[in-house]
Design a protein around this ligand. Structure first.
Ligand code: ACO
Length: 357
């Protein structure tokens, strides 16, 4: 892939909340995806394996979720080490060098430690210059949040190339005694290099993003312990407060609703119809959520990229892993439009519209 044509930094005009103006301001540079990468641990945990851990069966997991297997990180693999591997692949894929990267942002709910940030660990692992590096926590929507943050920072300058990574070691916060959640999650990392480009006249690259959150519904998907509200104590550990807790039915209903609304919003404010979207790359939580979304948007399932059967739900890593595989598998031809859409704990959600160069 060629290095994008870099234009000088121009002042950033904040987007309106109701209408995208990015295509109407020719002085505003585009931001394009110049490279993608992924890392999946080698250990595979199948549905059959799970029947030996909790009271479940292969058919229930497959029919209720669409998941056949997931990857589980080894003891020395962390969100940081997996992020670094995905980042190396994304930088190589962009034909850039590590020294070209001006900014690192990581999205994760399973950081290597509360601080320093996982982004700082990645910076060290890759031997990067002393560039800005920080983490963002928006659960499964995290990659869409950092994509919007990085896009704004690139448009505003002086940054030219940003490395954004979604990475998770969810197996570390999964309650392996809870059959309603442990069947869903997997580990992995996905990365993208975003670059400021002078391709604005073709209206190419990241065209628009909508983000949202509903903190009042935070309790339906949370990890109670580990923060300052419930610090680690013998009691918090024995009462299993350091594991993910979820009301699956409630999350399911809200997930469909917010992803549908985010997709409709991004279409409406960019004056597009659903049939003008060539591909949708959704958060990979449950095939039934995606099927319901497809039905409500009246977009055939063939246009949705799916890999949750192999990896399960990898939270913030889910969309960038799918993005990488979609791009590698010819799912995103030049000149076509894609929507990335997701939801997660918070609750949070988002949708990004992009056009492939
Ligand atoms: N094996 C067998 N039976 C099970 C299992 C299991 N692993 N888990 C639950 N069941 C049983 C339940 O006990 C229940 O039995 P009952 O009817 O006798 O009470 C029955 O199956 C139905 O349970 P539900 O919870 O109603 O099952 P549902 O069809 O809702 O599927 C699921 C559960 C898969 C969790 C679904 O609700 C879902 O996908 N929700 C959304 C999850 C999600 O997307 N989370 C995002 C998290 S990402 C993040 O931000 C970290």
């Amino acid at each position: 892939m060629n290095t994008p044509d870099i234009s000088p930094a121009t002042p950033f005009s904040p987007k309106g909340q109701t209408e995208n103006t990015s295509g109407k301001t020719p002085s505003e540079p585009s931001v394009v995806i110049s490279g993608t990468g992924q890392y999946l641990p080698s250990k595979v945990l199948t549905n059959s394996d799970l029947t030996k851990i909790v009271d479940t069966n292969e058919e229930w997991i497959l029919t209720r979720t669409g998941i056949s297997e997931r990857r589980i990180a080894g003891p020395t693999e962390t969100s940081g080490t997996m992020a670094a591997e995905a980042a190396r692949m994304a930088i190589a894929n962009s034909s850039l060098q590590v020294e070209d990267i001006d900014l690192v942002i990581v999205a994760t709910i399973t950081p290597d430690q509360p601080f320093p940030s996982t982004a700082c660990h990645v910076q060290t692992a890759l031997g990067m210059r002393p560039i800005a590096a920080f983490d963002v926590e928006a659960a499964c929507s995290g990659f869409l949040y950092i994509l919007d943050i990085a896009t704004a920072m690139l448009r505003n300058g002086p940054y030219r190339h940003a490395l954004i990574i979604g990475t998770e070691k969810l197996s570390a916060i999964t309650d392996w005694q809870d059959r309603s959640t442990c069947i869903l999650f997997g580990d992995g990392a996905g990365a993208a290099v975003l670059s400021r480009s002078s391709l604005h006249k073709k209206k190419t690259g990241i065209l628009d993003t909508t983000l949202g959150a509903d903190g009042a519904n935070g309790h339906i998907l949370q990890m109670p312990g580990g923060g300052c509200r419930v610090p680690a104590t013998p009691d918090s550990v024995s009462s299993r407060q350091h594991f993910l807790k979820m009301n699956g039915r409630e999350v399911f209903k809200l997930a469909v609703k917010v992803m549908e609304q985010a997709s409709l919003d991004i279409l409406a404010r960019n004056h597009l119809q659903a049939e003008q979207i060539h591909s949708i790359i959704p958060h990979q939580a449950n095939i039934r959520i995606i099927e319901m979304l497809a039905s409500r948007l009246k977009i055939p399932m063939e246009r949705f990229f799916i890999n949750l059967d192999q990896y399960g739900n990898t939270s913030a890593a889910s969309i960038p892993i799918a993005l990488h595989e979609a791009r590698e598998n010819g799912f995103c031809p030049s000149g076509t439009n894609s929507i990335l859409v997701g939801f997660g704990a918070g609750l949070t959600w988002g949708a990004t519209l992009l056009r492939w160069p």
